[in-house]
Design a protein around this ligand. Structure first.
Ligand code: OXD
Ligand code: MN
Length: 584
């Protein structure tokens, strides 16, 4: 008894890649111990201090293999037009031809792991099965944390169930021949020459976003780069929200926000459902429900500390994997922003001795922790509810030193779609490129939308027509506005609960707001920020709409939207024109 299609595909890949052995993964503890042991014996895993970090390991990637590679990521749809101008496109047949010699014999001398995994809660109508064939035990160890790997997937798959295919070969890690190739019409991803997270854990960006966004378009749902959280008020009322920020802009921190004492004591609570990806589908009541397809966090380590995000620190204290961070002599980990003075001596992320006088960082800026979601102290008891949670608010945001106020609310779903489509943010270290440079990142999906971005906007508008008044309210936030001296106005972290509270009130139809040309903004008083020690001028500046800056922004947006040609939905151009006239 088996799954004939899966077995046939495994046979085909074996004939091409020629592994020495094949191992079907079931996700058991025994299997995990064996694979981790193998990684330790080859030096790929360094076991961490068994008391302070039980069952946890440090891994180091190749120094040229430390981030997602957007220029080596391809959407290989039959029609180039389907990939759109924001994706690299190759014809499927041509890409298969490029990949074949790179894959031929690539697993010689190695074990090929067959890794079935489930994305989404077991028993959920939204859950989907993927299978990754990989010659990287590091990938298997990560997938075991990031997904429901093995048995839950096999149970969902049965003998005939559908699944997405992922083929991953480490090969020689040659950056010139690195390809992260998506074949949406074949429900297939092929990744060669990288062993870095987003390029190699094919469940994550490749399946749960790029392939899933295409499935979502075809099946009438949404696959989004969004955290999911639950805000509970002192009366026990829950508001579920999602938020889309570009990579490394604080989704994990917001999802795990700890209310400052005044709010905590009053009974406010924030719980995490997901920190990176949301799948959203209409429920029987017509509302949009979200599930987290993942089972773990693949978080950015630098900057994460017991001060900035204790929940993440607890989550990754055991049963976790650290990649490209520094190692202390006592077998614990360290990174920039860990808190406290830098240790006198470390081994840096490349495995070299490091001291505070060293010219380079001890951890790579995109160093990561892989931690089980269930270990997070603030994980919501509803995080694996099969039907998901009903979403009231969707929040967009980016890193903008100027222009963007702390928060504003869009007029309606169509306007909210426009707000998401025109999102802009400063580049971070999560992908190769120049850090700090401004780039448009619609819905934080620029690197992750598996089809034409303008068709994706159409799909959003279509979802809005279906959902009508029951669609979530849409907001935009910016924690990163700076004053003339380059200092952030907003303290961020736990204090951002004030913004979430305003958002929740707005969703309930209360919450004071003033109409501005760009949308509704809170009054300074409604953010309850008097105790933050923000001078009134600074508080006003946080919410200020500078008409000149905004006119320039609107002109740039028009150029941007028009760069999508005929495909751009007229509704978005109309929203831009309406904003221009409100600013006139
Ligand atoms: C991530 C990313 O790893 O967005 O989540 O790069
Ligand atoms: Mn992400």
């Amino acid at each position: 008894m088996g799954h004939a299609t899966l077995e046939a595909w495994v046979d085909e890949v074996v004939r091409l890649t020629l592994p020495d052995a094949i191992e079907w993964c079931n996700g058991s503890d025994e299997e995990s111990a064996r694979i981790n042991g193998r990684l330790v014996s080859t030096g790929s895993f360094i076991p961490l201090n068994a008391e302070k970090h039980p069952n946890s390991y440090l891994a180091r990637s190749g120094p040229n293999d430390v981030a997602r590679v957007e220029d080596r990521t391809f959407i290989c749809s039959r029609d180039a037009e389907d990939a759109g101008p924001t994706n690299n496109w190759r014809a499927p047949a041509a890409m298969h031809e490029t990949l074949r010699p790179l894959l031929a014999g690539a697993m010689r001398g190695k074990t090929m792991y067959v890794v079935p995994y489930l994305l989404g809660p077991p028993g959920s109508p939204m859950a989907k099965v993927g299978v990754e064939l990989t010659d990287s035990p590091y990938v298997v160890a990560n997938l075991r944390i990031m997904t429901r790997m093995g048995e839950p997937a096999l149970a969902a798959l049965g003998e005939t169930g559908a699944f997405s295919r992922g083929l991953h070969a480490v090969a020689s890690l040659d950056p010139q021949n690195r390809y992260i190739s998506h074949f949406p019409e074949e429900n297939l991803v092929v990744s060669v020459n990288s062993n870095y997270g987003g390029n190699a854990l094919l469940s994550k960006k490749c399946f749960a976003l790029r392939l899933a966004s295409v499935l979502a378009r075809d099946e009438g749902w949404l696959a989004e780069h969004m955290l999911i959280l639950c805000l509970t008020d002192p009366q026990g009322r829950k508001t579920y929200m999602t938020a889309a920020f570009p990579s490394a802009c604080g989704k994990t921190n917001l999802a795990m926000l700890i209310p400052p004492p005044r709010y905590r004591d009053a009974g406010w609570k924030v719980e995490t459902i997901g920190d990176d990806i949301a799948w959203l589908k209409f429920g029987a009541d017509g509302r949009l429900y979200a599930v987290n397809p993942e089972a773990g966090f693949f978080g950015v380590a630098p900057g994460t500390s017991y001060r900035t995000n204790p929940n993440a620190m607890f989550a990754c204290s055991t049963n976790s994997i650290f990649t490209n961070v520094a190692l202390r002599p006592d077998g614990t980990v360290w990174w920039e922003g860990y808190g406290g003075a830098p240790p006198d001596q470390l081994i840096d992320w490349r495995g070299r001795p490091w001291t505070p006088d060293s010219k380079t960082t001890a951890a790579h800026p995109n160093g990561r922790f892989t931690a089980p979601a269930r270990q997070c102290p603030c994980i919501s008891p509803e995080w694996d509810r099969p039907e998901g949670v009903p979403i009231s608010a969707m929040i967009f945001g980016g890193r903008r030193a100027s222009v963007m106020p702390l928060v504003y609310q869009s007029w309606n779903w169509q306007h909210g779609t426009y707000v998401g489509a025109t999102m802009t943010s400063e580049r971070t270290a999560a992908a190769a490129g120049t850090v700090g440079e401004l780039r448009r990142d619609p819905m934080a999906m620029l690197p992750f939308c598996g089809y034409h971005m303008a068709d994706y906007w159409r799909h959003w508008l279509e979802m809005g027509r279906r959902g009508g008044d029951l669609m979530p309210r849409v907001f935009h936030v910016n924690w990163f506005r700076k004053d003339a001296a380059g200092k952030f106005f907003w303290p961020g972290f736990g204090e951002s609960i004030r913004v979430l509270i305003w958002i929740a009130e707005r969703c309930r139809g209360s919450g004071p707001a003033v109409e501005s040309p760009i949308g509704w903004i809170p009054t300074v008083a409604s953010l309850d920020a008097a105790d933050l020690g923000l001078a009134q001028a600074a508080a006003d500046a946080l919410l200020r709409i500078d008409r000149d800056e905004w006119r320039a922004e609107v002109a740039a947006r028009e150029t941007y939207l028009k760069s999508f040609g005929d495909k751009v939905p007229p509704e978005l151009l109309a929203e831009n024109a309406a904003l221009a006239s409100r600013l006139a």
